[in-house]
Ligand binder design. Structure first.
Ligand code: HEC
Length: 144
């Protein structure tokens, strides 16, 4: 009997965890109103590493630093595509000027950049691991 109680409370906790996760993925509220990328210092730290190895060769998170090969990515969430002072974006990107980097578009970009903007000359083919993408999103949102 005691065993059953322990088990059912364990499943109760599991169910609650699923309810919280499930709730975020099936909700119909517009994505940019949702706290989809959670503030988690450990996650941000992991994201900083992903950024260092996969993005920092071309991008900086410091808007005052000279732009390396690519535009800086400070405060990229909420910014329209191709709008960084001091960085000359190629002209073909004008066709994509309607894109705003919110959490949804940025998450898609991190996963499959070439599918989103086939012309983009960014020589990077996307992060295949979901855990890496999640951490990187946290870093891009909260990191410095
Ligand atoms: C080898 C260089 C390189 C790497 C690595 C790279 N990028 Fe880029 N990225 C670029 C260039 C160059 C552009 C500018 C677009 C262009 O010139 O076509 C760009 C553009 C972008 C933009 C659009 C910026 C804007 O203001 O509209 C985002 C967002 C972006 N990169 C994110 C990332 C992320 C996140 C990573 C790492 C996972 C990454 N990039 C890795 C070179 C790179």
């Amino acid at each position: 009997m005691r065993n059953v109680v322990i088990r059912s409370s364990f499943f109760g906790v599991l169910l609650m965890a699923f309810a919280v996760v499930g709730c975020q993925s099936v909700t119909t509220t517009p994505v940019n109103e949702l706290p989809t990328v959670r503030f988690d210092p450990e996650l941000i730290e992991r994201g900083a590493k992903v950024f260092k190895y996969r993005c920092a060769a071309c991008h900086s998170m410091d808007p005052d630093k000279s732009q390396f090969f690519g535009p800086h990515l400070a405060n990229v969430i909420g910014r329209p595509l191709g709008q960084v002072d001091g960085y000359a974006f190629p002209e073909y990107l004008n066709d994509y000027a309607h894109i705003v980097w919110d959490e949804a578009t940025l998450a898609q970009w991190i996963e499959t950049p070439q599918q989103m903007i086939p012309d983009m000359c960014m020589p990077y083919i996307g992060l295949s691991k979901e855990a890496d993408r999640e951490a990187l999103m946290a870093y891009l949102k909260y990191g410095k």
